[in-house]
Write a protein that binds this ligand. Structure first.
Ligand code: 13P
Length: 267
């Protein structure tokens, strides 16, 4: 049964229905997660043309997933995994543990992991490999800092991060992956990339994916993240090459997040 859901999830992704992904970061306790979900579901009816993803904290994961039953259009992921499958790694969670808790996805290479916790490009590659081994779908996050953008290095940095993230797996395995372009300067700053800027970077990522994966790369969704809100979600989603949104702050209010997930699609 679970496997059938998983297959239908993959096939939905492959037609690139827009994805609305909520990264709760270090917010929303278990005690608040079920009330959040009840409120979200009250404001978000089932849409056949899109999927919603939630990335709660590891401890709130169960409360969140348990509050959403029988909704194949809503999936859950974890915010982080360790690259080892098991062992003496106090405080960590493995991809297999995440899978057995009901996660289908995992964020890898989020800018806060890279810039706050010092995660290296090598480590993102190890984590993607661990995710693939366990059957978790990696949502690989890439993005440049403001200094790198101003130096004209955006593409160089983003594509290097992408290549490093998939360096430790057979490229044919990443046609199940998702990518998120999240410019570091746009995260939590209220300053989003313009739809044009997002499209330009998404096009570069899509070209690189074609080199890495071949024709099947066209099924890999590329999400935009960084100061998405209900005011800019429609325009960002309408930008060529933007297949979904990865949202932090604006996903923490159930009704506001439902409003974003209800965004009218223009194409
Ligand atoms: P904000 O939407 O708060 O800018 O965060 C984006 C993000 O980091 C999502 O992963």
């Amino acid at each position: 049964m679970w496997f059938l859901f998983f297959l239908s999830f993959l096939s939905r992704l492959s037609v690139k229905r827009p994805l609305f992904a909520a990264n709760w970061k270090l917010h929303i306790a278990p005690i608040d997660a079920s009330a959040f979900m009840r409120s979200f579901l009250a404001h978000y009816g089932r849409h056949q043309d899109r999927s919603v993803l939630f990335f709660p904290s590891a401890l709130a994961f169960h409360a969140a997933i348990d509050a959403v039953k029988e909704r194949s259009d809503i999936s859950f992921g974890v915010q982080n995994i360790h690259w080892e499958d098991k062992g003496a790694f106090t405080g960590e969670n493995s991809a297999a543990i995440a899978r057995s808790a009901g996660a289908r996805l995992v964020l890898v290479g989020h800018s806060e992991r890279r810039h706050v916790f010092g995660e290296t490009e090598e480590e993102t590659g190890l984590k993607v490999a661990a995710a693939v081994r366990a059957g978790l779908i990696p949502l690989i996050c890439v993005g440049e800092t403001l200094d790198q953008r101003e130096a004209g290095d955006t593409e160089t940095v983003v594509l290097r991060q992408l290549r490093a993230a998939v360096a430790k797996i057979d490229a044919s395995k990443i046609d199940d992956a998702l990518i998120a372009y999240e410019p570091v300067w746009a995260i939590g700053t209220g300053r989003n990339a313009t739809p044009e800027d997002a499209s330009a970077v998404h096009a570069a990522i899509a070209d690189e994916l074609k080199v890495l994966v071949g024709q099947r790369s066209s099924g890999i969704p590329i999400l935009y993240g960084g100061s998405v809100n209900r005011g800019n979600a429609g325009a960002l989603l309408a930008a060529p090459g933007v297949d979904g949104l990865l949202v932090g702050g604006a996903s923490l209010d159930a009704e506001g997040w439902a409003t974003i997930c209800n965004t009218t699609l223009t194409s």
